[in-house]
Design a binder for this molecule. Structure first.
Ligand code: 4AD
Ligand code: MG
Length: 429
């Protein structure tokens, strides 16, 4: 029976054939242990000299790391094995022999691994990260589909900026200037006026000259947008969504979390509601704890970490000064110098994973903002139309997938959270 490693549990004590690669190998005169991987998982194949043909044992002894082959064997239930199963090998049919695979079981430096990202992805840890990334995406679609949202795809080539002009990726659109999307939000606002509750999931680009463990040049964002939803309701959707994602990973990715050595007790606590703190109080808290920061300044990574350390759950920082936030955020009706917005800061020092807000629904105010931010009204004519024809209170947010993956997996750096990271000095492979 031809099957995959993830399915062997259905064939206990039966003979199966699996297309696989040799991840690693150990052998002595009488026995060889093949660490096999096939993309769906990892399993150990045991080749006992006395039980197989001479040819099969010779192959087991000589086969090189990352060679591909069809492995035939009997599935054994084995409690000690991480997958719960082992394969007693009866046959080996080599497909392709790999010569001098560069990533050996010894330690390699980060730059070397990044140069070999196309191969590094095969490793057990990277495999686990990609599986968890996939589970976060799967849970995202499930959550929004179950809650009445429609998936809408905003364009990637745009004629204007959504999140300020300093980090725009410029390109040409025939004779016109064009930019790669920093955020689909403005288009999602139009979509919310057509479909009510919508979400997008796509790549976004920021030409940021920052070289930190949280910044990618190309990253993937989930952007829900909701008509007739205010700031407070927006926060509730966010805490439900993030709880749902984390609980889905706990339910479906125990093996992967285990490979990564993730402390899952920390993730088990991620259930809404999440704590909230205003920007004003966050500033006070930081000043009382020896940070040099004044009202009106934006938070840096150390500030976010200091605030998050007081909580076991993600925390919302709300009501930032209008002056340090995007042009489209609605001012607090009780206080025009702050806006109805929130950043969600992940626990354990992973920083901001969500930025969101209620949007300005008043046309005149929006026009003033364009002027203040020196944005040409002409470019945003269509966006103003949303306030011209049946304007409604509406809110939304953007969750950065890679920062969420880093947090859930417990990774040091976002470079391991995406298959082929685009970093300040890296476009290869
Ligand atoms: O806070 P940001 O810039 O918000 C927006 O773009 C809004 N338009 C979203 C919306 O309301 N629809 O980005 C949202 C999130 C951040 O919280 C962070 O998780 C992630 O996107 N992010 C990055 N992730 C990796 N590398 C970068 N350079 C990132 N910049 C933002
Ligand atoms: Mg932000």
């Amino acid at each position: 029976m031809k099957t995959t490693i993830s399915q062997v549990g259905k064939y206990t004590d039966q003979e199966v054939t699996i297309g696989a690669w040799i991840a690693n190998k150990r052998s002595s005169g009488k026995i060889a242990f093949l660490q096999l991987r096939d993309g769906t998982g990892f399993i150990q194949g045991v080749v006992v000299k006395a039980e197989v043909s001479e040819e099969v044992f010779a192959t087991a002894k000589s086969i090189t790391q990352e060679s591909s082959l069809f492995v035939t064997g009997v599935v054994r239930s084995d409690e000690r094995a991480p997958s719960g199963y082992e394969l007693t090998v009866t046959g080996l049919e080599v497909i392709h022999e790999a010569v001098d695979y560069p990533i050996t079981p010894k330690e390699h430096g980060t730059e070397f691994l990044m140069d070999h990202r196309h191969l590094w992805l095969r490793s057990k840890r990277q495999h686990a990260v990609m599986k968890i990334r996939n589970e976060l995406i799967r849970a995202t679609y499930e959550f929004f589909n179950e809650n009445g949202f429609v998936k809408v795809d905003p364009p990637i080539l745009t004629g204007s900026s959504a999140e300020g002009t300093t980090n725009l990726f410029h390109t040409k659109y025939f004779d016109e200037d064009a930019y790669l999307s920093q955020s689909g939000q403005l288009y999602m606002e139009a979509a919310a006026m057509a479909l009510g509750k919508v979400f997008s999931f796509g790549p976004t680009f920021r030409a940021e000259k920052s070289k930190t463990r949280r910044h990618l040049i190309e990253f993937w964002m989930i952007e829900p947008e909701m008509a007739f939803v205010d700031h407070e309701e927006n926060l509730q959707v966010q805490e439900q969504y993030v709880s749902y994602m984390v609980q889905s990973v706990l339910k479906n990715c125990q093996l992967e979390l285990n490979v990564l050595g993730r402390d899952t007790t920390k993730l088990e606590q991620i259930v809404g509601p999440f704590p909230r703190i205003t920007y004003d109080n966050a500033i006070k808290f930081l000043q009382e704890n020896g940070h040099e920061i004044e009202w009106g300044e934006d938070f840096g990574a150390p500030h976010e970490t200091a605030i998050a350390e007081s909580f076991d759950k993600p925390v919302f920082i709300t009501h930032y000064p209008a002056a340090i936030k995007a042009f489209y955020m609605k001012p607090d009706p009780n206080r025009a110098d702050v806006v109805l917005c929130a950043d969600m800061i992940a626990p354990e020092g992973y920083g901001e994973i969500i930025g969101g807000s209620q949007r300005i629904d008043d046309m005149e105010l929006l026009k003033d903002r364009f002027e203040e931010h020196q944005l040409s009204e002409e470019t945003y004519k269509w966006y103003l139309d949303l306030r011209r024809y049946g304007s409604v209170p509406h809110s939304g947010f953007g969750l950065g997938l890679e920062r969420t993956v880093a947090w859930v997996c417990g990774l040091e750096h976002v470079r391991e959270t995406i298959p082929f990271p685009r970093l300040l000095n890296r476009l290869y492979p």
